[in-house]
Design a protein around this ligand. Structure first.
Ligand code: HEM
Length: 348
Protein backbone atom coordinates (compact mmCIF):
# COMPACT_ATOMS: atom_id res chain seq x y z
CA UNK A 1 0.00 0.00 0.00
CA UNK A 2 1.38 3.43 -0.96
CA UNK A 3 1.94 6.27 1.53
CA UNK A 4 -1.05 8.16 0.16
CA UNK A 5 -3.48 5.27 0.59
CA UNK A 6 -2.20 4.61 4.12
CA UNK A 7 -2.92 8.25 4.98
CA UNK A 8 -6.40 8.05 3.42
CA UNK A 9 -7.08 4.88 5.39
CA UNK A 10 -5.95 6.46 8.67
CA UNK A 11 -8.11 9.54 8.00
CA UNK A 12 -11.21 7.42 7.32
CA UNK A 13 -10.60 5.48 10.53
CA UNK A 14 -10.21 8.67 12.58
CA UNK A 15 -13.41 10.14 11.17
CA UNK A 16 -15.32 6.95 11.88
CA UNK A 17 -13.85 6.81 15.37
CA UNK A 18 -15.25 10.23 16.14
CA UNK A 19 -18.61 9.38 14.57
CA UNK A 20 -18.92 6.03 16.36
CA UNK A 21 -17.80 7.40 19.76
CA UNK A 22 -20.34 10.18 19.45
CA UNK A 23 -23.18 7.85 18.53
CA UNK A 24 -22.07 5.31 21.12
CA UNK A 25 -22.18 7.79 23.94
CA UNK A 26 -25.49 9.42 23.14
CA UNK A 27 -27.64 6.52 22.06
CA UNK A 28 -26.63 3.21 23.58
CA UNK A 29 -28.49 3.98 26.81
CA UNK A 30 -31.82 3.86 24.94
CA UNK A 31 -31.49 0.13 24.28
CA UNK A 32 -33.13 -2.37 26.62
CA UNK A 33 -33.57 -6.11 26.86
CA UNK A 34 -37.40 -6.03 26.87
CA UNK A 35 -37.75 -3.33 24.20
CA UNK A 36 -40.35 -5.33 22.20
CA UNK A 37 -42.19 -6.78 25.22
CA UNK A 38 -45.49 -5.14 24.27
CA UNK A 39 -45.04 -4.38 20.58
CA UNK A 40 -43.91 -7.86 19.53
CA UNK A 41 -44.15 -10.47 22.30
CA UNK A 42 -43.62 -13.32 19.80
CA UNK A 43 -40.19 -12.03 18.77
CA UNK A 44 -37.97 -14.35 20.80
CA UNK A 45 -40.00 -17.43 19.99
CA UNK A 46 -39.88 -16.72 16.24
CA UNK A 47 -36.12 -16.20 16.23
CA UNK A 48 -35.46 -19.22 18.43
CA UNK A 49 -37.62 -21.50 16.26
CA UNK A 50 -36.06 -20.50 12.94
CA UNK A 51 -32.55 -20.87 14.37
CA UNK A 52 -33.47 -24.30 15.74
CA UNK A 53 -34.99 -25.43 12.43
CA UNK A 54 -31.86 -24.35 10.55
CA UNK A 55 -29.73 -26.23 13.05
CA UNK A 56 -31.70 -29.43 12.44
CA UNK A 57 -30.92 -29.09 8.74
CA UNK A 58 -27.32 -28.01 9.18
CA UNK A 59 -25.38 -28.20 12.47
CA UNK A 60 -22.85 -25.67 11.14
CA UNK A 61 -25.55 -22.98 10.74
CA UNK A 62 -24.75 -21.10 14.02
CA UNK A 63 -21.30 -20.09 12.67
CA UNK A 64 -22.31 -17.80 9.81
CA UNK A 65 -25.30 -16.55 11.81
CA UNK A 66 -23.09 -15.37 14.67
CA UNK A 67 -20.49 -13.87 12.34
CA UNK A 68 -23.05 -11.63 10.64
CA UNK A 69 -23.56 -9.64 13.84
CA UNK A 70 -19.81 -8.99 14.18
CA UNK A 71 -19.47 -7.91 10.56
CA UNK A 72 -22.43 -5.59 10.96
CA UNK A 73 -21.36 -3.94 14.22
CA UNK A 74 -17.72 -3.27 13.32
CA UNK A 75 -18.66 -1.39 10.16
CA UNK A 76 -20.40 1.87 11.01
CA UNK A 77 -22.24 0.35 13.96
CA UNK A 78 -24.92 -2.33 14.50
CA UNK A 79 -27.41 -0.97 11.98
CA UNK A 80 -27.97 -3.92 9.61
CA UNK A 81 -25.92 -2.17 6.92
CA UNK A 82 -24.34 -5.57 6.22
CA UNK A 83 -27.70 -6.81 4.92
CA UNK A 84 -28.32 -4.14 2.26
CA UNK A 85 -27.91 -5.18 -1.34
CA UNK A 86 -25.65 -3.38 -3.78
CA UNK A 87 -27.33 -1.17 -6.36
CA UNK A 88 -26.32 -0.10 -9.86
CA UNK A 89 -24.38 2.82 -8.43
CA UNK A 90 -23.18 1.49 -5.10
CA UNK A 91 -21.28 -1.56 -3.93
CA UNK A 92 -22.64 -2.49 -0.52
CA UNK A 93 -20.83 -4.12 2.42
CA UNK A 94 -22.00 -7.62 1.63
CA UNK A 95 -20.16 -7.45 -1.71
CA UNK A 96 -16.83 -6.41 -0.20
CA UNK A 97 -14.02 -8.90 -0.85
CA UNK A 98 -13.54 -9.35 2.89
CA UNK A 99 -17.16 -10.53 3.12
CA UNK A 100 -16.83 -13.13 0.37
CA UNK A 101 -17.90 -15.96 2.65
CA UNK A 102 -20.62 -14.26 4.70
CA UNK A 103 -23.75 -16.36 4.72
CA UNK A 104 -27.11 -17.02 6.36
CA UNK A 105 -28.80 -13.97 4.88
CA UNK A 106 -31.77 -16.20 4.10
CA UNK A 107 -32.19 -16.99 7.81
CA UNK A 108 -32.54 -13.29 8.61
CA UNK A 109 -35.02 -12.90 5.75
CA UNK A 110 -37.09 -15.84 6.94
CA UNK A 111 -37.31 -14.40 10.46
CA UNK A 112 -38.09 -10.92 9.19
CA UNK A 113 -40.86 -12.26 6.99
CA UNK A 114 -42.49 -14.01 9.94
CA UNK A 115 -42.10 -10.91 12.09
CA UNK A 116 -43.74 -8.72 9.47
CA UNK A 117 -46.76 -11.03 9.60
CA UNK A 118 -47.00 -11.01 13.41
CA UNK A 119 -45.99 -7.43 14.21
CA UNK A 120 -45.52 -5.41 11.03
CA UNK A 121 -43.09 -2.51 10.91
CA UNK A 122 -41.90 -2.98 14.47
CA UNK A 123 -38.71 -5.02 14.74
CA UNK A 124 -35.53 -3.72 13.10
CA UNK A 125 -33.26 -5.91 11.02
CA UNK A 126 -30.39 -4.76 13.26
CA UNK A 127 -32.15 -6.32 16.27
CA UNK A 128 -32.87 -9.51 14.31
CA UNK A 129 -29.10 -9.81 13.74
CA UNK A 130 -28.46 -9.37 17.46
CA UNK A 131 -31.02 -11.96 18.50
CA UNK A 132 -29.94 -14.45 15.85
CA UNK A 133 -26.41 -14.16 17.24
CA UNK A 134 -27.45 -14.98 20.81
CA UNK A 135 -29.80 -17.81 19.83
CA UNK A 136 -27.06 -19.25 17.59
CA UNK A 137 -24.67 -19.40 20.54
CA UNK A 138 -27.36 -21.11 22.60
CA UNK A 139 -28.17 -23.55 19.80
CA UNK A 140 -24.50 -24.53 19.55
CA UNK A 141 -24.42 -25.43 23.24
CA UNK A 142 -23.47 -22.09 24.83
CA UNK A 143 -25.48 -20.05 27.34
CA UNK A 144 -28.54 -18.00 26.39
CA UNK A 145 -27.35 -14.41 26.71
CA UNK A 146 -29.45 -11.33 27.31
CA UNK A 147 -28.98 -8.73 24.61
CA UNK A 148 -30.20 -5.14 24.52
CA UNK A 149 -32.69 -4.26 21.80
CA UNK A 150 -34.12 -1.12 20.26
CA UNK A 151 -31.64 -0.56 17.43
CA UNK A 152 -32.90 0.97 14.20
CA UNK A 153 -31.77 0.23 10.67
CA UNK A 154 -29.24 2.38 8.84
CA UNK A 155 -29.67 3.89 5.41
CA UNK A 156 -26.29 3.36 3.82
CA UNK A 157 -23.80 0.56 3.23
CA UNK A 158 -20.40 0.82 1.56
CA UNK A 159 -18.11 -2.04 0.64
CA UNK A 160 -15.06 0.17 1.22
CA UNK A 161 -16.04 0.58 4.88
CA UNK A 162 -15.98 -3.19 5.42
CA UNK A 163 -12.49 -3.38 3.94
CA UNK A 164 -11.38 -0.57 6.26
CA UNK A 165 -12.92 -1.60 9.57
CA UNK A 166 -12.99 -5.39 9.68
CA UNK A 167 -9.83 -6.82 11.22
CA UNK A 168 -7.77 -8.95 8.84
CA UNK A 169 -6.90 -12.59 9.56
CA UNK A 170 -3.21 -11.76 9.07
CA UNK A 171 -3.03 -9.25 11.93
CA UNK A 172 -1.16 -9.72 15.19
CA UNK A 173 -2.39 -8.44 18.56
CA UNK A 174 -1.23 -4.85 17.96
CA UNK A 175 -3.10 -4.64 14.65
CA UNK A 176 -6.19 -6.31 16.06
CA UNK A 177 -6.21 -3.97 19.05
CA UNK A 178 -6.13 -0.94 16.75
CA UNK A 179 -9.28 -2.16 15.01
CA UNK A 180 -11.01 -2.97 18.30
CA UNK A 181 -10.10 0.41 19.79
CA UNK A 182 -11.62 2.19 16.79
CA UNK A 183 -15.04 0.81 17.77
CA UNK A 184 -14.55 1.35 21.50
CA UNK A 185 -13.67 -2.24 22.44
CA UNK A 186 -10.60 -3.30 24.42
CA UNK A 187 -8.07 -6.10 24.82
CA UNK A 188 -10.39 -8.21 26.97
CA UNK A 189 -13.15 -7.91 24.34
CA UNK A 190 -10.65 -8.90 21.64
CA UNK A 191 -9.60 -12.11 23.36
CA UNK A 192 -13.00 -13.25 24.53
CA UNK A 193 -14.87 -12.40 21.32
CA UNK A 194 -12.25 -14.24 19.29
CA UNK A 195 -13.59 -17.24 21.22
CA UNK A 196 -16.46 -17.15 18.70
CA UNK A 197 -14.04 -19.15 16.55
CA UNK A 198 -14.94 -22.13 18.71
CA UNK A 199 -17.56 -22.70 15.99
CA UNK A 200 -17.73 -22.10 12.27
CA UNK A 201 -15.64 -22.64 9.21
CA UNK A 202 -12.99 -20.94 7.10
CA UNK A 203 -11.51 -21.09 3.61
CA UNK A 204 -7.97 -21.54 2.28
CA UNK A 205 -7.51 -17.87 1.50
CA UNK A 206 -7.87 -17.01 5.19
CA UNK A 207 -4.75 -19.01 6.02
CA UNK A 208 -2.79 -18.19 2.89
CA UNK A 209 -0.33 -16.11 4.93
CA UNK A 210 0.49 -19.21 7.03
CA UNK A 211 0.82 -21.62 4.13
CA UNK A 212 2.46 -19.52 1.45
CA UNK A 213 5.23 -19.04 0.46
CA UNK A 214 6.17 -21.41 3.29
CA UNK A 215 4.25 -23.35 5.88
CA UNK A 216 4.17 -21.75 9.33
CA UNK A 217 6.25 -24.06 11.56
CA UNK A 218 4.04 -23.22 14.55
CA UNK A 219 1.27 -25.46 13.21
CA UNK A 220 1.71 -29.05 14.45
CA UNK A 221 3.04 -31.13 11.55
CA UNK A 222 0.00 -33.40 11.25
CA UNK A 223 -2.28 -30.36 11.12
CA UNK A 224 -0.36 -28.36 8.54
CA UNK A 225 -0.21 -31.50 6.41
CA UNK A 226 -4.02 -31.57 6.31
CA UNK A 227 -4.24 -27.86 5.56
CA UNK A 228 -1.63 -28.04 2.82
CA UNK A 229 -3.27 -31.09 1.27
CA UNK A 230 -6.55 -29.21 1.08
CA UNK A 231 -5.14 -25.96 -0.20
CA UNK A 232 -2.80 -27.32 -2.85
CA UNK A 233 -3.31 -28.92 -6.19
CA UNK A 234 -0.75 -31.47 -7.36
CA UNK A 235 1.72 -30.01 -4.92
CA UNK A 236 1.16 -26.39 -6.02
CA UNK A 237 -0.61 -23.82 -3.92
CA UNK A 238 -3.87 -22.82 -5.45
CA UNK A 239 -2.62 -19.30 -5.93
CA UNK A 240 -3.53 -16.79 -7.16
CA UNK A 241 -6.76 -18.65 -7.90
CA UNK A 242 -6.84 -20.71 -4.76
CA UNK A 243 -9.93 -22.70 -4.09
CA UNK A 244 -12.51 -20.68 -2.23
CA UNK A 245 -14.68 -23.69 -1.69
CA UNK A 246 -12.38 -25.71 0.53
CA UNK A 247 -13.46 -25.26 4.10
CA UNK A 248 -11.90 -26.04 7.49
CA UNK A 249 -13.37 -26.01 10.92
CA UNK A 250 -12.15 -23.10 13.02
CA UNK A 251 -12.07 -25.53 15.94
CA UNK A 252 -10.95 -28.94 14.66
CA UNK A 253 -11.65 -30.67 18.01
CA UNK A 254 -15.28 -29.71 18.80
CA UNK A 255 -16.21 -27.92 15.55
CA UNK A 256 -19.92 -27.31 16.10
CA UNK A 257 -19.93 -26.87 19.87
CA UNK A 258 -19.78 -23.47 21.54
CA UNK A 259 -17.29 -24.20 24.33
CA UNK A 260 -13.83 -23.09 25.50
CA UNK A 261 -12.00 -25.54 23.21
CA UNK A 262 -10.83 -22.62 21.05
CA UNK A 263 -8.54 -21.44 23.85
CA UNK A 264 -7.22 -24.94 24.49
CA UNK A 265 -6.50 -25.13 20.76
CA UNK A 266 -4.45 -21.93 20.91
CA UNK A 267 -2.32 -23.50 23.66
CA UNK A 268 -1.80 -26.53 21.40
CA UNK A 269 -0.84 -24.29 18.45
CA UNK A 270 -4.04 -25.23 16.65
CA UNK A 271 -5.22 -21.65 16.16
CA UNK A 272 -6.22 -21.47 12.51
CA UNK A 273 -5.56 -17.82 11.61
CA UNK A 274 -2.57 -15.66 12.40
CA UNK A 275 -4.97 -13.48 14.40
CA UNK A 276 -6.02 -16.49 16.52
CA UNK A 277 -2.57 -17.83 17.33
CA UNK A 278 -1.19 -14.34 18.01
CA UNK A 279 -3.43 -14.21 21.11
CA UNK A 280 -1.35 -17.01 22.61
CA UNK A 281 1.97 -15.73 21.27
CA UNK A 282 1.61 -12.23 22.69
CA UNK A 283 2.47 -11.59 26.34
CA UNK A 284 -0.39 -9.11 26.67
CA UNK A 285 -3.08 -11.67 25.85
CA UNK A 286 -1.58 -15.06 26.77
CA UNK A 287 -2.76 -14.97 30.41
CA UNK A 288 -6.38 -14.45 29.30
CA UNK A 289 -6.11 -17.32 26.82
CA UNK A 290 -4.86 -19.56 29.63
CA UNK A 291 -7.65 -18.43 31.95
CA UNK A 292 -10.38 -19.21 29.41
CA UNK A 293 -8.71 -22.49 28.42
CA UNK A 294 -8.93 -23.70 32.01
CA UNK A 295 -12.22 -22.08 33.01
CA UNK A 296 -15.18 -22.36 30.65
CA UNK A 297 -17.51 -20.51 33.03
CA UNK A 298 -15.20 -17.48 32.98
CA UNK A 299 -15.24 -17.57 29.16
CA UNK A 300 -19.03 -17.89 29.00
CA UNK A 301 -19.55 -15.05 31.46
CA UNK A 302 -17.21 -12.58 29.76
CA UNK A 303 -18.35 -13.52 26.24
CA UNK A 304 -21.87 -12.42 27.16
CA UNK A 305 -20.61 -9.11 28.54
CA UNK A 306 -18.40 -8.38 25.53
CA UNK A 307 -21.04 -9.43 22.99
CA UNK A 308 -23.42 -7.00 24.64
CA UNK A 309 -20.79 -4.27 24.43
CA UNK A 310 -20.15 -5.06 20.77
CA UNK A 311 -23.91 -4.86 20.19
CA UNK A 312 -23.94 -1.22 21.30
CA UNK A 313 -21.40 0.04 18.78
CA UNK A 314 -22.76 3.02 16.86
CA UNK A 315 -26.42 2.08 17.24
CA UNK A 316 -29.25 4.19 15.87
CA UNK A 317 -32.23 4.65 18.20
CA UNK A 318 -35.38 6.72 18.63
CA UNK A 319 -36.25 8.35 15.33
CA UNK A 320 -32.88 7.78 13.69
CA UNK A 321 -32.71 5.55 10.61
CA UNK A 322 -35.77 3.44 9.95
CA UNK A 323 -37.35 0.02 10.50
CA UNK A 324 -36.85 -1.68 7.15
CA UNK A 325 -39.71 -3.67 5.66
CA UNK A 326 -37.25 -6.04 4.05
CA UNK A 327 -33.73 -6.39 5.33
CA UNK A 328 -31.93 -6.24 1.98
CA UNK A 329 -33.36 -2.94 0.82
CA UNK A 330 -34.21 0.23 2.69
CA UNK A 331 -37.65 1.80 2.58
CA UNK A 332 -37.35 4.81 0.36
CA UNK A 333 -40.47 6.60 1.59
CA UNK A 334 -38.98 8.36 4.59
CA UNK A 335 -35.69 9.28 2.98
CA UNK A 336 -35.12 12.79 1.67
CA UNK A 337 -32.36 12.84 -0.97
CA UNK A 338 -31.96 16.58 -0.45
CA UNK A 339 -30.95 16.01 3.16
CA UNK A 340 -29.17 12.75 2.49
CA UNK A 341 -27.61 12.71 -1.01
CA UNK A 342 -26.24 9.19 -0.40
CA UNK A 343 -29.83 7.98 -0.16
CA UNK A 344 -30.15 8.05 -3.96
CA UNK A 345 -27.74 5.14 -4.05
CA UNK A 346 -30.21 2.95 -2.24
CA UNK A 347 -33.59 3.62 -3.77
CA UNK A 348 -34.78 0.25 -4.95
C1 HEM B 1 -10.57 -10.70 16.16
C2 HEM B 1 -10.69 -10.46 14.90
C3 HEM B 1 -11.30 -11.43 13.95
C4 HEM B 1 -10.76 -11.86 12.78
C5 HEM B 1 -9.41 -11.44 12.19
C6 HEM B 1 -11.67 -12.80 12.20
C7 HEM B 1 -11.47 -13.44 10.99
C8 HEM B 1 -12.27 -14.46 10.52
C9 HEM B 1 -12.02 -15.18 9.29
C10 HEM B 1 -10.86 -14.91 8.33
C11 HEM B 1 -12.98 -16.12 9.17
C12 HEM B 1 -13.10 -17.16 8.06
C13 HEM B 1 -13.57 -16.55 6.76
C14 HEM B 1 -13.52 -17.59 5.68
O1 HEM B 1 -12.41 -18.03 5.34
O2 HEM B 1 -14.58 -17.98 5.17
C15 HEM B 1 -13.84 -16.01 10.31
C16 HEM B 1 -14.91 -16.81 10.56
C17 HEM B 1 -15.75 -16.64 11.64
N1 HEM B 1 -15.72 -15.61 12.55
FE1 HEM B 1 -14.23 -14.33 12.82
N2 HEM B 1 -12.74 -12.94 13.02
C18 HEM B 1 -12.58 -12.12 14.09
C19 HEM B 1 -13.46 -11.91 15.14
C20 HEM B 1 -14.70 -12.50 15.22
C21 HEM B 1 -15.73 -12.13 16.16
C22 HEM B 1 -15.61 -10.97 17.14
C23 HEM B 1 -16.77 -12.97 15.94
C24 HEM B 1 -18.11 -13.01 16.62
C25 HEM B 1 -18.34 -12.51 17.81
C26 HEM B 1 -16.38 -13.89 14.91
C27 HEM B 1 -17.12 -14.94 14.45
C28 HEM B 1 -16.76 -15.78 13.42
C29 HEM B 1 -17.46 -17.00 13.09
C30 HEM B 1 -18.63 -17.59 13.87
C31 HEM B 1 -16.85 -17.52 11.96
C32 HEM B 1 -17.27 -18.77 11.18
C33 HEM B 1 -18.23 -18.35 10.07
C34 HEM B 1 -18.80 -19.50 9.26
O3 HEM B 1 -18.89 -20.61 9.77
O4 HEM B 1 -19.19 -19.26 8.10
N3 HEM B 1 -15.14 -13.54 14.45
N4 HEM B 1 -13.39 -14.97 11.11
Amino acid sequence: MGKKSVMVCICIKLLMLLKIRHKYLITAAALKVDFYKNACPQLHEIVQKVVATEFQLDPTSPGPQLRLFFHDCFVGGCDASVLLNSTDVNQAEKDAAVNFSLGSFFVIDEIKQQLEQECPGVVSCADVLALVAVYSVKQAGGPLYEIDLGRRDGLTSYAASSETFLPAFSLNVSGLLEDFHVVGLNLLDLVVLSGAHTIGQAHCNSIVDRLYPQVDPQYPKYYSKQLVANCTDNGYFKLPNYDNNTQFFNDPITPTRFDNQYFKNLEANLGLFTSDESLFNDERTRKLVETYASNQDAFFKQFGISLRRMGKIGVLTGTQGQIRNQCWVRNSHNVDPALDPASLDFVS
